[in-house]
Write a protein that binds this ligand. Sequence first.
Ligand code: COA
Length: 429
Amino acid sequence: MTDSLTVRDNRTGAEYEIPITDGTIKAADLGQIKLNDDTPGLATYDPGFVNTASCRSSVTYIDGEAGILEYRGYPIEQLAEKSNFLEVAYLLVHGDLPSKEQYDNWVHHITYHTFVHENVKAFMQGFRYDAHPMGMLMASVGALSTFYPEAANISDPDNRQIQIIRMIAKMPTLGAWAFRHAQGKPYVYPDNDLSYAENFMSMLFKMSEVKYDPDPRIAKALDTLFILHADHEQNCSTNAVRSVGSSQVDPYSAVSAGIGALFGPLHGGANEAVLKMLRRIGSKSEIPAFIEGVKAGNERLMGFGHRVYKNYDPRAKIIKKACDDVFEVTGVNPLLEVAQELEKIALEDEYFVKRKLYPNVDFYSGLIYEALEFPPEMFTVLFAIGRTPGWLAQWLELVQDKEQKIARPKQIYTGERKLDFVPAAERWA
Ligand SMILES: CC(C)(COP(=O)(O)OP(=O)(O)OC[C@H]1O[C@@H](n2cnc3c(N)ncnc32)[C@H](O)[C@@H]1OP(=O)(O)O)[C@@H](O)C(=O)NCCC(=O)NCCS
């Protein structure tokens, strides 16, 4: 067997042999296929990059058919059960699990960079009273580049590390302040005695008490949710971080672009749609009629199906377990019963079985967030906090990858050519 592709151009009769490496051909190799020396070479057309690899990456492995997700080779199930978010963040960014000393150092640094410059507080206060927290997060992360102008020096490894630590550390502070802003409540400063998730809860929920006392079960569930969202290879927001980062801009600007991508309803907003759907269904007795409507093509069963996973999304299983822990504290969300019954019926129904439609990560996460009294606008902020180490690990990989170039796709031009410009005064005469 030869690892190559023989291509015959039927326009010219010419044959080409193109090497196959890692199951891909280099798009640039198609450039040699030309009608003649004066015409451009063949290119591929792939809106949404559905069949184009944009990079080599050793961060995250997904096998959608088998329902496998691994960070740096470790199965998500084991990380969610036995690790914690900051250790997973270290793993993603550094590529290996930390020694005791490395872990302590990492946690220490992230804990002591949770504070933001007072001026950040002042400009966050300048947002309208009803500002969307994702818009506030995107703007404030982008603005951090002005507080750390040295971040522009992306070729210095030590400099890159400190910006990574700062961003992972400050994201909960900015997210929590955006949440408090919408509620008209004073912003709460970080409490560095608390763990990452506990401190986030303190900044979200603390009122007049001297010290916030987080429930460890809720903190653990939040930590687990952060782990589940920490990376997902070349999704839309990660691609945005890489694309913007390929211009060699500082990492705050690149991550801010990722937050913008995540803000869109096709990416970060599905769990809110699940909640709306469950509320509309209302009770178990209404499920059969709803399912019939889905099968008739009237609407989709939100939280089911995935572009990559054609099996149970491994994250959905873990979230289901986190639901139990959270509801033990908050009391059961009545919509949980509807969700569980819906899942049971759908998993047995031929329509869903045939199309390999299984629950995805969003099917249960909205229920947890709602039980924790987060408004739907905050759901994506929680996603962004969890995804930050993944964005940064991918950015780090990008800036060190010698094969990467500035992201600059081709286009197929469909407009007019060589028109004669008539000045406005003549056109409007
Ligand atoms: C995630 C999603 C966009 C993936 O879509 P995709 O990979 O492009 O799959 P397609 O839209 O081509 O769907 C394939 C088939 O399954 C059906 N299908 C896919 N998701 C479905 C859903 N949630 N409910 C009902 N039918 C669904 C489609 O109608 C199509 O059926 P057909 O072959 O009879 O036309 C899609 O499954 C979806 O819309 N899910 C609901 C929204 C959601 O939960 N999004 C969060 C993703 S993390």
